[in-house]
Design a binder for this molecule. Sequence first.
Ligand SMILES: NC(=O)C1=CN([C@@H]2O[C@H](COP(=O)(O)OP(=O)(O)OC[C@H]3O[C@@H](n4cnc5c(N)ncnc54)[C@H](OP(=O)(O)O)[C@@H]3O)[C@@H](O)[C@H]2O)C=CC1
Ligand SMILES: CC(=O)[C@@H](O)[C@H](O)COP(=O)(O)O
Ligand SMILES: [Mn+2]
Length: 373
Amino acid sequence: MKIAITGVTGSIGTQTLEVLEFLKNKGFDFEIVGVSAGSNDKKLIEIIKKWNPKYAAIEKKELSEKIENTNVFSGNGATLKMLKNSKPDFTIVATGGAAGIRHTLKAIEVSKRIGLANKESIVCGGNMLLNYAKEHNTEIIPVDSEHSALFQLKNGDDIPYKLIITASGGALRDVPLEELENVTVEDVLNHPVWSMGKRITIDSATMVNKGLEVIEAYYLFGIKNIDVVINRNSHIHSIIAYKDGVMKFHYGIPDMKIPIAYSITYPKRIFEYKLPDITLEPVKFEKVDYNRYPALKLAFEILGNQKLQITFNAADEIAVKLFLERKIKYTDIYKIVKNSVDYFEKQNIVLNDFEDIINLDREVRIYAEKIFS
Ligand SMILES: NC(=O)C1=CN([C@@H]2O[C@H](COP(=O)(O)OP(=O)(O)OC[C@H]3O[C@@H](n4cnc5c(N)ncnc54)[C@H](OP(=O)(O)O)[C@@H]3O)[C@@H](O)[C@H]2O)C=CC1
Ligand SMILES: CC(=O)[C@@H](O)[C@H](O)COP(=O)(O)O
Ligand SMILES: [Mn+2]
């Protein structure tokens, strides 16, 4: 199997390499033909030296040293060139943010299967993107832990009545509401369960991530009857409920290597992991307090409206960037998202093709950047 990985230097990208290391020792036959990154050339060079891919790409800068035996593309669109040249059978799209949309589209064109971690592609692309995959006979296996769980729980003949997506509640889940406006970047990045990239970690605290995941589940599984509950230890990754009252839980130790591996080896399970001791880890759920997580309520309100989904994501990417730059408070993140959604709701925008999606994403970023300037 020829494998390509976008966003290889990030949290999902590096965990994918750990999974492949394990699968190689189990005799799984593959070759990494392509890798790409944004600007972390030091880490990319390390990865190229270890895995010798035929092609590599870095979007925002040149490599700081010459690499033998690997064709390296750099600059805007470098990942697209890497994917086109490496012709992978399987691509893990682990790019962060809406920048991953173009990568997913190219991966759909050149691969037989995609392990899709980049949830923004589905949130912004919606059915346009899923239909594009169908037209190219490209399989999309979700890597996002909740959607991997739902994918594994769902079997053809059973018609789910409701999808229940779980959430950890994020790093600020026990901070009194009145103290939220004074939390620091470090407080928000201190996730109680998962070790992830910065944006998704902040999105976990605001539950923008859960909002993105509700939208992702709606398109992936075609069901609007979705709920969210808090499972603090993130051992239940999602639930499918049926009309007869039966609920199927997906239980496992929270580690992204598991859904990553499953997307590569599906329908086989080759990856191995320690079995949880279920007598030690209770199964408990709590209702979501929408006063604490207004962004999740907003996501349910815009569910299915592709223009506002693109806006919700792009405004959040800008708000998170400004928060990380310490230019706004934590509580301003939701204000920027809400303001942008309210503004673009009034704009007459038609989404006919993927360029329209990318143009709207850009327009929202420009608008969102100015709200607190
Ligand atoms: N981390 C996790 O546990 C989970 C992540 N996901 C999803 O997976 C995706 C990746 O998340 P995560 O790994 O946490 O993110 P990280 O921030 O850790 O990594 C992002 C990766 O994307 C690359 N990148 C960023 N911008 C660009 C760009 N414009 N062009 C090309 N490459 C770019 C980065 O390169 P560089 O390092 O060079 O900047 C890096 O390799 C996201 O969509 C996230 O929602 C979903 C579920 C869980
Ligand atoms: C690991 C994963 O899939 C993340 O999307 C995770 O769900 C984030 O944590 P929250 O559940 O708190 O959003
Ligand atoms: Mn998730």
